[in-house]
Design a binder for this molecule. Structure first.
Ligand code: PLP
Length: 368
């Protein structure tokens, strides 16, 4: 018996989430962030606000101000919200709270389309749950009949749908997810609306009639990724269980204060920047489609999934390296599997996108 025998079985084959941070980045297009930081005067005012925080004290265990602001914005009861240190933490909390195997089963199941946001898989395996993956078709679309069959046959405890999806950018019909939630009331359905500002349609209005629906949001994609603030909106029975497991003080004081201040004073500014980014996404998509060896998948998020050449020919990985050598960071997904040949590009500022487009022909090299 050794320590390695003590590791949760599902975790053993995993590799840690790695974020490359090379020197000399000129365009950071790899993490689905909003590329705009607060303007200097606003950042200075925020600095003064944060200077008032007593760093020797624990944070508010219940982020009351943030809760009130967001609840009012969404038109929901403050008690319908649970906050996480990023929505990553909430995904893990959901897996921890709803991990009881059904009668006769050895493990509880977690259903999600594949490829999708990697944290669903990590959180499921980390909590000893069984991933149930529904493979997307070649256009990264979801076959809802397959989902329905798996829900009926495998009866997962949880089902995650990123609407729109990362890293594909596709938006599968949210109404169909709601329909399935109504048909399978003993599975918890999570509508992960991280990218809602970029083209999603929220299922929030369906919450009242679907007690097994959870809406998940984050501030990360609208200019506040560093703050690590995510939240879910859910029925009282679900909130009650999640609150039992949420660690006290999971949101730092600086993060709470900054989020409140930004939402009060600069939400409109960030919303406008996010709207501008839609224009940049379209400009980039059109320019990339002009390259015959690049396929651009349709996107409703602040990302573009592209396939370079053919799956398995190594051109995408080569392009990733060539761009990185030029200071342009994108996300490399080129490995065997459904994303072979794929890179994910987060639209940046107009200048960053111009740089990408200027460097692309040389980085691509001669056509194969
Ligand atoms: C679909 C989806 N959900 C959730 C998250 C995590 O967001 P957060 O920064 O709030 O942890 C991401 C981050 O990329 C995402 O793509």
């Amino acid at each position: 018996m050794s320590i390695s025998d003590l590791v949760t079985r599902g975790i053993r084959p995993l590799v840690a989430y790695h974020v490359p941070r090379p020197e000399g980045i000129r365009a950071k297009l790899d993490a689905n962030e909003l590329p705009y930081a607060l303007p200097p005067e606003a950042a200075a005012a925020l600095g003064r606000e944060l200077a008032e925080v007593e760093l020797n004290r624990y944070p508010e265990a219940d982020p009351v101000e943030l809760r009130a602001l967001i609840a009012a914005d969404l038109g929901v009861a403050p008690g319908a919200l649970v906050f996480g240190n990023g929505s990553d933490e909430l995904i893990a909390l959901l897996c921890a709270a709803f991990a009881e195997p059904r009668k006769g089963a050895t493990r509880a199941g977690v259903l999600y389309p594949d490829p999708t946001f990697v944290v669903y898989r990590l959180a499921a395996l980390g909590h000893g749950l069984e991933p149930i993956e529904i493979t997307l078709d070649d256009e990264m679309e979801l076959d809802f009949e397959l989902v329905d069959d798996a829900l009926a046959g495998r009866r997962p405890n949880l089902a995650f749908f990123a609407l729109p999806n990362n890293p594909t950018g596709t938006l599968w019909a949210p109404e169909k997810v709601a329909e399935l939630a109504a048909r399978h009331p003993d599975t918890i359905f999570v509508s992960d609306e991280a990218y809602i500002q970029y083209g999603g349609r929220t299922l929030l209005p369906r919450l009242a009639e679907l007690p097994n629906l959870v809406i998940m949001r984050t501030l990360s994609k609208i200019g506040m990724a560093s703050l690590r603030v995510g939240f879910v909106v859910a029925a009282p029975a679900i909130v009650h269980e999640l609150e039992k497991l949420r660690m006290p003080y999971n949101l730092g004081s600086l993060n709470q204060r900054a989020a409140v201040w930004i939402l009060r004073h600069h939400k409109a500014w960030f919303t406008e920047r996010a709207r501008e980014l839609l224009g940049e996404r379209e400009r980039l998509a059109v320019a990339l489609r002009a390259f015959p060896e690049i396929k651009v998948f349709p996107s409703e998020a602040n990302l573009l999934l592209v396939r370079i050449g053919r799956a398995g020919d190594g051109r995408a990985a080569a392009l990733y390296r060539a761009l990185a050598a030029r200071g342009i960071m994108v996300r490399n997904f080129d490995r065997p599997g459904p994303l072979a040949g794929c890179l994910r590009i987060t639209p940046g500022t107009p200048a960053e996108n111009d740089l990408l487009l200027a460097e692309l022909p040389a980085a691509l090299g001669p056509a194969a």
